[in-house]
Every structure is written in C-alpha cells, then in structure tokens.
Design a binder for this molecule. Sequence first.
Ligand code: NAD
Ligand code: UDP
Length: 312
Amino acid sequence: MRILVTGGAGFIGSHLIDRLMKQGHDVICLDNFFTGHKRNIRHWIDNPYFELIRHDITEPIRLEVDQIYHLACPASPVHYQYNPVKTIKTNVMGTLNMLGLAKRVKARFLLASTSEVYGDPDVHPQPEEYRGNVNCIGIRSCYDEGKRVAETLAFDYHRQNNVDIRIMRIFNTYGPRMFENDGRVVSNFIVQALKGIPLTIYGDGLQTRSFCYVADLVEGMMRLMNGEHIGPINIGNPGEYTILQLAETIQKMINPGAELAFKPLPQDDPKQRQPDITKAKNLLDWEPKINLEEGLKMTIEDFSSRINEAKS
Ligand code: NAD
Ligand code: UDP
C-alpha cells in the first residue's frame, strides 16, 4: 500500500514509519519539522520506497495514497503552547485538509487524538464514552479543543462523505527518540538525572499519569487502522503512577543521588489520568506488553548514548 504519515519525522510517527517500511509499504512522510527532525527518519532517506515531503498541513496538498496516519501536531505542552494559534490551525485546518485528501482519493484515515479530550477527568479510569471536562479558554485548550474539533471533523466527513475513519485516543507515550528539549515529563526527568541536575516536579507530584511504551502504542495504532472498528478507542498503558513515583523510579535507575526540585503546577494540569482499555482488548485484541521499568531502561539507554555522542 502507499501510506501517508503526517508528522512522520516526530517521535511516534518515526517509529510508525519504521514498522510500515519493514512491512514493505510505500511510505510518504510529510512534516514541517516544527518538533520533528530529519534524523528520526534519516535511515530511510535513500530507500526508493520512502519519500520525505517538507510541508505544512495547514496548506492543502494533492497526493495519491491508500491510507493516512494523521499525527502532525506538536504533542508536548511546552511546544503546543509556544504558538497556540498555530496549534489550533494545525488541528482544525490541517485535519480538514487531510480529511479532504482522504475523501478525494478514498483513503482510510486514522486520527491520532488524545486522552486530553477528557481534560481534567472526573471519571476514573476514562472510558471512551466519557465526554470530558475541558476548559475551553485555558492554556491547554488550543490542543485539547483542537483535538476535539479534529474528532468532530473526522466523524462529520465520515457521516456526510463516507470517509473511512479511525479515531485513536493516545495516552502519555514515551520511548527512544523523544527530544532532549521535548519538555514532557519522562524526557525531562531522564535528561535531568543523566546530567546530574535536580528533577523538576510540578506541584506536589501527586497528580497521576499512565505511561505507554512507544512500540506497544504503534502496534495498537496499526491494529486499529487495519481492523474494522472506527473508534474512538483508547490506546495506552493502564499502569498509573504519581509523578513523584515516576521521579523516584528514574532517580533509582540513573542516579540515586539526584535531587528533586518542586516547581509551580501549570494551569489546568489534569490531576489524574488512566485509560480504560476494555475496548482495545476486546475489539483489537491489543494490550501493552512492556512495563514501565523495561520501557524506561530502553529509553534511558537511548538518551545516554545521544548525550554521550553530543559530548564527544
Ligand atoms: P511530536 O511533536 O514528536 O511529533 C509531531 C510531528 O508533527 C513533528 O514531527 C512536527 O514537526 C509535526 N508537525 C507539527 N505541526 C505540523 C504542521 N502544521 N504541518 C506538518 N507537520 C507538523 O509528537 P508525538 O509525541 O510524536 O505525537 C504525535 C501525535 O500523537 C500528535 O498528533 C499528538 O497529539 C498525538 N499524541 C501523542 C501523545 C504522546 O504522549 N506522545 C499523547 C497523545 C496524543
Ligand atoms: N511534569 C513535571 N515535571 C516536568 C514536566 C512535567 O512534574 O518536568 C508534570 C506535569 O505537570 C504533568 C505531568 O508531569 O502533571 C505530565 O506532564 P507532560 O507534559 O509529560 O504531559 P501531559 O501533562 O500533557 O500529560
């Protein structure tokens, strides 16, 4: 198949491309390199079945493809809040353009949505039926509301134009290739512990997140794309940890002497988050296989080799 991956030079997109290329597909990676980098897909550049297009999805583009994995959008709060208007444009105009493309060429379209559509949830864990608790005027809304509109657009194109859609709600994902300056919690703590500087805990650290290793997530994403259920379906690891527990685990694994530094909690930071993955288990026969310690070990190895490379 010819498969388009928007945001393919980013963290999750580049791992997805590795899997698709290894399966023998013809892959087009489309990215504006805002938070992605050529180095994530460098190993495919000379492969005749791989194409890289520098393009901003807020502008239309004409391509012929069979499937579209639509991931283009900065995912870290630091980056999506850097230019919130651009984030909303990417989610709304960008998703419109990609849905228009899917409609024109009759491609199957998978939207990388997010657990952020549940906002600061008052139902725990979060099933797909929960409609969420999102502040529509807060600093996270360019992303949260942007993704909610993206889901709406996908469903409207499906109902009105028969576009074949899949909606995936991704919970916090981590793994090799996250950037040192990504700003999300796992990469921050690993980089800080490796550099021997204090681990920055926002608030009291009692807020929770559930962390999924990227290989597990990509497997779930491909099962959703190639199965018959349109979703939305939660894909994440139900193992729930406080941020303090995460910091202590990383401290123990890298540098037991590393200090913790408490910083103010950002506005609208969700207090708890854990996926209910009953649907993914029943409909996709999917569940994560890699636990936090195993996933962190592989991620830490990747970060330390990159940091050592940069030093030498
Ligand atoms: P990332 O920031 O590493 O990757 C996003 C990619 O999209 C980057 O390569 C970036 O350059 C590209 N991009 C951004 N705006 C673009 C635009 N206007 N035009 C073209 N390309 C653009 O993030 P990620 O962690 O790989 O996330 C990928 C997708 O998964 C995102 O849609 C994100 O919302 C979703 N998601 C991720 C997580 C997570 O924990 N990683 C959680 C929930 C949802
Ligand atoms: N966080 C933290 N220290 C950091 C970065 C993040 O304590 O250096 C906290 C953040 O406030 C949030 C959690 O870790 O409660 C997860 O943050 P992240 O940015 O990774 O993802 P999101 O908030 O979007 O789930």
